[in-house]
Write a protein of this length. Structure first.
Length: 279
């Protein structure tokens, strides 16, 4: 059903300032800037090999800007939501509506790149938050036009989303949603004694949704927490970031075998961010 993590949405207060910060981290500028007059928001998209990062902020009054405003008031800047890619949204609508017992709606969208004037169109389904357990989630199918082609930036050394981290107080319910309803492959379900909970890996398009599930009383609730970016040369990337004034920890061996990691401590809109190299 779901064939990719299409993109990650980041809510920010000042779009221009956040663009500068993420440009510093990635080592390249956004490939797309646009606004959504009917929604009251504006955005900037950073393209990576397997997904893109969308910075989104308030431009004027609108239905979606109210949602972003509430998120910023309640939680501050950070990960706002996740967009899951599909290929046949009409079929997905029928299939998923039956699974969750709600009649989902398909909406259309259009964007014009302020940089190149290119135009693209898409279809969305917004999944109700009572189903997603609090995580803003949309399904998207790109129908006409496209983003600029991804080109690896030699000086960047950051090229992919390795994983996104999600916290949950109900790991069994999380499996029901992501594996059974979304049909994303569950690649790992492992109890971690030191946490007193389970680690779950859901994999699609060579990208992982890494969930930390610790069972607690109360209503099921999930939250998006952190991001991990892949680099081909962490030592060179580390030096580039330090030279650019980014706060980053020393490189060390990762928890996973044959990995090196460093934690980026600034320029990320408060998002816990890991840089990882697979050896």
């Amino acid at each position: 059903m779901i064939n990719s993590i299409d993109h990650i949405l980041i809510a920010v207060k000042d779009l221009d300032n956040s663009i500068q910060e993420f440009t510093t981290v990635f080592g390249f500028e956004p490939a797309w800037r646009s606004s959504h007059p009917s929604l009251g928001t504006e955005n900037a998209l950073f393209l990576l090999e397997n997904t893109y990062l969308e910075l989104i902020s308030i431009k004027e009054e609108g239905s979606f800007s109210e949602i972003i405003s509430q998120h910023l008031e309640d939680k501050g800047e950070g990960i706002f939501g996740i967009a899951l890619g599909v290929k046949d949204i009409e079929m997905i609508k029928e299939k998923l509506s039956k699974k969750i017992g709600e009649d989902l709606k398909i909406l259309t969208g259009k964007g014009i790149n302020n940089i190149t004037q290119d135009e693209r169109h898409w279809k969305n389904i917004f999944i109700p938050r009572n189903i997603t357990r609090g995580v803003f989630t949309l399904l998207i199918e790109h129908t006409k036009g496209s983003l600029p082609e991804y080109k690896e930036q030699e000086n960047s050394l950051i090229n992919r989303l390795d994983h996104i981290v999600l916290n949950s107080n109900d790991p069994d319910g999380l499996i029901d949603l992501y594996r059974d309803k979304y049909e994303i492959r569950l690649a790992l379900d492992q109890f971690v004694e030191q946490w007193g909970g389970r680690m779950l890996f859901f994999r699609t398009n060579r990208t992982t949704i890494e969930a930390i599930g610790i069972k607690k009383d109360g209503s099921p609730e999930d939250s998006l927490w952190g991001l991990a970016w892949t680099t081909k040369d962490i030592k060179k990337a580390h030096k580039r970031l330090l030279d650019a004034g980014v706060s980053i920890t020393d490189v060390k061996d990762g928890r996973k075998p044959n990995t090196l990691v460093a934690t980026i401590k600034s320029h990320t809109s408060n998002i816990p961010t890991l840089l990882i190299q697979h050896l």
